[in-house]
Design a protein around this ligand. Structure first.
Ligand code: NAP
Length: 238
């Protein structure tokens, strides 16, 4: 049985932190990454104190060079990367922000993290996954990115998640038959700094579907879905 190793982005708090905990609890080695060294080291230390196999590496996903450096570290130190969780995300608009007042800079900053960050990480790590004919990529998307239910409010965030979903489909197609499964998921409305204190779900519940997708059918890459969008382990419309 191969010891799996995962990279989780934006994992110093919130859903990403909980994903690290749940993966490590399932005996996956976890590389917890964060853009702030101190916050990342503290988060990793908290999970290590629970007896979990988690190490910290610094990573700002908007920095292309840092994404490539992280992939080089994975190859050099661990020789593989089995799981990539593109969790890092920002929402810098007010909930009521309208597309009628939207500013280009808000779109650019949001896309830098929520879209380009995931693209750089996938491009950096898929070659290593291909070498081992195994990979699970989970993109933390949102129901707010669904074209099926598109409306006004947080326009830059919505566009970034729609774009992330398109990336999921493209990556799934580009990696078909190489043992790599790529999927989007929506965690629901979760109590984090982003979701706020009134959100309906715990981080534990919010992380569950990401864990399921990250650990799909360890024996055969053809057993699991790829190129899908899921919430609560069920497919949802794009
Ligand atoms: P959160 O508590 O705000 O955490 C976001 C994480 O992303 C933080 O660790 C943050 O780091 C990190 N991050 C932001 N920009 C980054 C960058 N450039 N490089 C590396 N890390 C960066 O948010 P969350 O609720 O856990 O959300 C996690 C994911 O789920 C996001 O993609 C979000 O869009 C998605 N989601 C959340 C909800 C919800 O209700 N909470 C619903 C749907 C989807 P810092 O601490 O340094 O800022």
């Amino acid at each position: 049985m191969t010891q799996r190793i995962a990279v989780v982005t934006g994992a110093n708090k919130g859903i990403g932190f909980e994903i690290c905990r749940q993966l490590a609890t399932q005996s996956v080695n976890v590389v917890l990454t964060a853009r702030n060294r101190l916050r990342g080291e503290r988060a990793a230390a908290a999970l290590q104190s629970e007896g979990l196999n988690v190490i910290f590496r610094p990573l700002d996903v908007t920095d292309h060079d840092e994404c490539e450096a992280l992939a080089n570290y994975m190859e050099r130190t661990h020789g593989r990367c089995d799981i990539l969780i593109n969790n890092a995300g920002i929402l810098i608009e007010k909930w009521a922000a309208s597309v009628l007042d939207a500013k280009a800079d808000t779109f650019r900053s949001t896309l830098e993290t929520n879209f380009f960050g995931a693209l750089w990480m996938a491009q950096a790590l898929i070659p290593l996954m291909r070498q081992h004919r195994y990979g699970r990529i989970v993109n933390l998307s949102s129901g707010l990115g669904q074209l099926d239910a598109m409306g006004d409010g947080t326009p830059a965030y919505r566009v970034s998640k729609t774009a992330l979903n398109a990336l999921t489909c493209m990556l799934a197609d580009a990696t078909r038959t190489s043992g790599i499964l790529v999927n989007s998921m929506c965690p629901g409305w979760v109590r984090t700094d982003m979701g706020g204190a009134s959100a309906a779900r715990s981080v534990k519940k919010g992380a569950e579907t990401a864990i399921w997708l990250a650990t799909l059918s360890a024996t055969s890459s053809n057993d699991g879905p790829t190129g899908g969008f899921f919430r609560d382990r069920k497919r949802i419309p794009w």
